[in-house]
Write a protein that binds this ligand. Structure first.
Ligand SMILES: Nc1ncnc2c1ncn2[C@@H]1O[C@H](COP(=O)(O)OP(=O)(O)O)[C@@H](O)[C@H]1O
Ligand SMILES: [Mg+2]
Length: 247
């Protein structure tokens, strides 16, 4: 598998707090990496570094073999890295299509002015939902959607952006069992398109159901980075709690 993203010796401290220490890991093209660890282990900090929210205190990051140094989330987005936040950051009062195109609206010339091209946006949003095999309709209001459909809207945004890497922080933490299956299917669709996904989750069945590799952080240190098939939920639980030191 060709390496898409490679982190070497990443460290991050906030004053006296050492959130990450010497973390080295990689993710291949079209690979799903399950990132696990207890609260405060450094998962969100790592994902925020990749997404350009924080600069690492030490270490380097390479995307497709080129060193990158993001000083703003916009830099990471331009490089093809999209993050789906836990709260999804959607506008409840807008339609699915409007949310997909938020900040990236299609406009058309109308005499001397440019106006929003709703038809093109609805058509394109419809195509993206079809790609994701989601039943979401472009005109549906986000306010009326299930958790799984909301995830589909957030993920359709990443497809529109033509992302290389999608970072998901706890996407299945607050949704029902049936919707979890929907979200895992969405992650598989991204992977099938060659998009790399980093999935932060506390839920063992989700990670073991969809991740190709697993990485475990404990108190800012990487204690495991290996193929899912070479690990087990028991081992990962032991690594998270510290009952197993490293694997
Ligand atoms: N912006 C910040 N300022 C100060 N400390 C932070 C900040 N973000 C995270 N931390 C600290 O870094 C450590 C790792 O946090 P975090 O990455 O959120 O862990 P996780 O997502 O695994 O729960 C924690 O001790 C947390 O309190
Ligand atoms: Mg977190």
């Amino acid at each position: 598998m060709a390496e898409r993203l490679k982190l070497t010796g990443i460290g991050k401290h906030f004053g006296a707090i050492r959130a990450l220490d010497n973390v080295s890991l990689s993710i291949g093209k079209g690979e799903v990496l399950g990132l696990m660890g207890d609260n405060g282990a450094g998962k969100s900090t790592l994902v925020k570094i990749i997404a350009g929210n924080f600069r690492p205190s030490t270490g380097t990051m390479e995307l497709d073999g080129e060193v990158c140094d993001f000083s703003h989330p916009r830099d990471a987005q331009e490089a093809g890295i999209e993050i789906v936040y836990q709260d999804l950051a959607l506008c409840d009062n807008l339609s699915a299509a409007s949310n997909v195109f938020l900040g990236r609206e299609i406009r058309k010339e109308f005499g001397p002015v440019k106006i929003l091209d709703y038809r093109s946006m609805h058509n394109k949003a419809g195509e993206l939902f079809a790609t994701l095999k989601s039943e979401t309709r472009p005109r549906d209001l986000v306010r009326k959607m299930s958790g799984g459909q909301r995830q589909a809207v957030a993920i359709a945004r990443t497809l529109l952006a033509d992302a290389k890497i999608v970072l998901m922080d706890e996407p299945t933490a607050a949704i029902s069992v049936r919707q979890v299956a929907e979200v895992l299917d969405l992650i598989k669709r991204l992977r099938d398109r060659g998009i790399s996904v980093i999935l932060i989750s506390h839920r063992m069945p989700d990670v073991f159901g969809v991740a190709d590799r697993i990485a475990v952080l404990r108190r800012g240190e990487l204690v495991c980075h290996k193929a899912t098939r070479d690990s087990s939920p028991e081992e990962v639980t032991g690594l998270i709690t510290g009952a197993i030191m490293a694997a």
